[in-house]
Write a new protein. Structure first.
Lengths: 356, 309
């Protein structure tokens, strides 16, 4: 304690103002203790940042090490085998790899169609201009309260689509079992009976199968595609849009010729990220895809995916099976990591393009 | 036919619109360009509305089928055995809250400290950390479960709430880091500069200026992560597993035993051939969705309080 820091107030500037002389209210150089705390806190933050990197490395290495014994004993034949028979000791995941890719790609096609359409609908002012037109007919477009209605309706729609992502996947699975499958089954069986020679319809839908899984999966990836595509579309410089309209292009001529090509990289990056999400999605598929190891083109036959295989077999796995499942987990990790890194890379390039 | 109303020939000024066919300028669906435009407008609107059908269908089914069983009994009683009537899932609600709470306890300090570092520095290390965080965002949730299985279940020798919480915290971490970093970066730089100008150390700046100002944004991220984690099933089915009993016995909670959760209950009961269990699955789904939506709504309402630069 310095004597100057004593609590005695003194007159300031001879004007009768009293300055409090309490030490903690005056700016001062940090005390040694504060310096030490500062250094310690900064080091802690730095350490935790590195821990995040280590965590990712640890996850990969932990799964890799656990998979090594199975990799030694089964080798590459694991990736090309089609049978999963624990009693006979036969293990292969080709059917699961096929099922994972097949359902994800189909879901991506369906999800992209709806997702990009919704993104265009949200970003190109479809709804707000329609609401504005309606207000104008009612002669309320200058009304101070109704004026903000077009923007509000558009925001509501955006939030509703984002809400699709908030519903847990197990709830989608439940909905798929009790709503989607009974709903589509008569149509699927009708298609099979009329067009059974088409490979896609070559079996009937006896319950769970590829099509209900794909439908639910596409609903789950749609919000990702819409959110990222909408960001990319909104980021298109207004100059370009104005120029297209100024040249006399219709709304869709400018969308196809100017806006979509400019935003294409961002949209593509969003679709790749959604692909990564679809590949790793577990519960909805475990509940809807049928868990049957077969490689078929038919949309109505049951199949299996890597994630569903893990979910179904881990709870009762013995020590040897755990190793084999870790091998399957490693394959899933490799596929999703590759897809995600490519997607993040494309999106980063896309945002750099806009920054230029 | 649209014609511009014009006065009769006034003083020999040539008509500037002579030779213009005004019919050509009218919007007509018979022209292919306009027809194409109209059709695509229609198709896009239809696709967008169709994309919302599942949302309404899910919500209606939850209210209809889940609402039937909603009552006090499901919150206070234990899951029924097959063919048993009645019952509830009180233990699963408690289990979900405990597992998610533990996961939040793990991931918030970890994520916040990392985010503070990321927001304060522009080094190569920060870039690498951010990249790893984005990789973690894309990690399939089941692999977080596989990781927790390898690290906790195999080491401690049993399924437990702790293992489930570790799996969920891995999934919550990237959301917390990325939103907290954004929130801290959003703090107006003049506030930070004022603090440094007053002679505050970096730590004082962080604790007294940046964190209080960014708090709404940080909490938004935490609530979104909580909402996501509460609905996760895949990482729990072989870490926390399931249990038909309460988490605590004789007044003591045991975190090292298999623990029930709403999500796993839905998964287990949805596949059962018993009407009672299926009804309970729907009721549990309704409760779970309400919990997730509440967390989401709290997060959204906090985000509107965020100070913008």
């Amino acid at each position: 304690m310095h004597s100057s820091g004593s609590a005695a107030p003194h007159a300031g500037l001879g004007l009768g103002l009293v300055f409090p002389a309490r030490k903690d209210e005056i700016t001062q150089a940090p005390t040694p203790r504060q310096r030490f705390l500062d250094a310690a806190f900064r080091k802690t933050c730095y350490a935790f940042a590195w821990l995040t990197v280590l965590l990712v490395a640890f996850i990969v290495i932990r799964i890799l090490i656990a998979a090594v014994p199975a990799m030694r004993s089964l080798g590459a034949g694991f990736l090309t085998g089609r049978v999963w028979d624990a009693n006979a000791g036969n293990y292969g995941i080709l059917a699961e790899i096929w099922g994972t890719l097949y359902t994800s790609i189909l879901a991506l096609i369906l999800g992209s169609l709806f997702g990009v359409a919704a993104a265009i609908f949200l970003s190109e002012g479809f709804l707000s201009s329609a609401v504005f037109g309606l207000l104008k007919k009612l002669d309320m477009h200058l009304n101070p309260i109704a004026k903000s209605l077009p923007d509000q309706v558009e925001r509501l729609l955006k939030e509703l689509i984002e809400l699709l992502a908030a519903i847990p996947s197990v709830v989608y699975g439940l909905w798929g079992i009790f709503v989607v499958i009974p709903l589509i089954r008569p149509y699927c069986d009708w298609l099979h009976s009329k067009l059974g020679w088409v490979p896609f319809f070559s079996t009937d839908l006896s319950g769970p199968g590829v099509l209900p899984a794909v439908m639910v999966l596409s609903i789950m990836v749609l919000p990702t595609i819409t959110a990222i595509s909408r960001d990319a579309l909104v980021a298109v410089p207004p100059k370009l849009r104005m120029a297209a309209y100024g040249l006399g292009a219709t709304r869709w001529e400018s969308i196809f010729a100017v806006i979509l090509p400019t935003a294409s990289r961002g949209i593509f990056g969003g679709i790749v990220l959604a692909f990564g999400r679809a590949l790793g999605e577990t519960m909805a598929l475990a509940m809807l895809v049928g868990n049957s190891n077969q490689i078929k083109l038919s949309l109505f036959s049951p199949a299996n995916t890597l994630a569903a295989l893990l979910a179904n077999n881990f709870p009762e796995a013995g020590p040897r099976e755990v190793g084999i499942l870790m091998y399957a987990a490693l394959v899933l990790l490799a596929i999703t990591l590759a897809v995600n890194i490519v997607g993040a890379f494309i999106l980063q390039r896309a945002s750099l393009l806009h920054a230029e | 036919m649209a014609t511009i109303p014009m006065k009769e020939n006034t003083g020999g000024v040539p008509n500037p619109f002579a030779g213009v066919d005004f019919g050509q300028l009218e919007r007509s669906l018979r022209r292919p360009r306009t027809f194409m435009d109209f059709t695509l407008n229609f198709v896009t609107t239809l696709l967008t509305l169709l994309a919302l059908v599942p949302l309404f269908s899910v919500v209606l089914m939850l209210l209809w089928r889940g609402g039937q069983r909603l009552g006090l009994a499901i919150f206070t009683s234990l899951p029924p055995a097959p063919l048993e009537q009645g019952g509830g899932f009180g233990n699963a609600i408690v289990g979900t809250l405990v597992i998610v709470g533990l996961a939040t306890l793990f991931s918030v300090p970890f994520g916040l400290l990392t985010a503070i570092y990321l927001a304060q520095s522009r080094t190569k290390v920060a870039e690498g950390v951010r990249f790893c965080t984005k990789v973690l965002t894309g990690l399939p949730s089941i692999l977080a479960g596989v990781f927790a299985y390898g690290v906790i279940v195999l080491v401690t020798g049993g399924f437990s709430a702790l293992a489930g919480a570790v799996a969920l915290s891995v999934l919550m971490l990237p959301t917390i880091i990325l939103t907290a970093e954004d929130a801290i970066r959003m703090v107006p730089s003049r506030m930070k500069e004022a603090a440094i100008g007053m002679g505050a150390t970096q730590t004082q700046t962080v604790w007294m200026v940046l964190l209080p100002t960014a708090m709404p944004g940080i909490l938004t991220g935490v609530m979104l992560a909580v909402a996501r984690a509460a609905g996760e099933t895949a990482p729990l089915i072989f870490t926390a597993l399931f249990s038909n009993y309460w988490l605590w016995e004789h007044g003591k909670a045991n975190l090292m035993q298999p623990t029930a959760s709403l999500a796993v209950l839905i998964y287990n009961f949805a596949g059962m051939p018993f009407k009672n269990q299926v009804e309970l699955a729907w009721a549990a789904a309704l409760v779970l969705v309400l919990m997730v939506l509440t967390a989401n709504l709290i997060g959204q309402s906090l985000s509107s309080k965020q100070v913008q630069q």
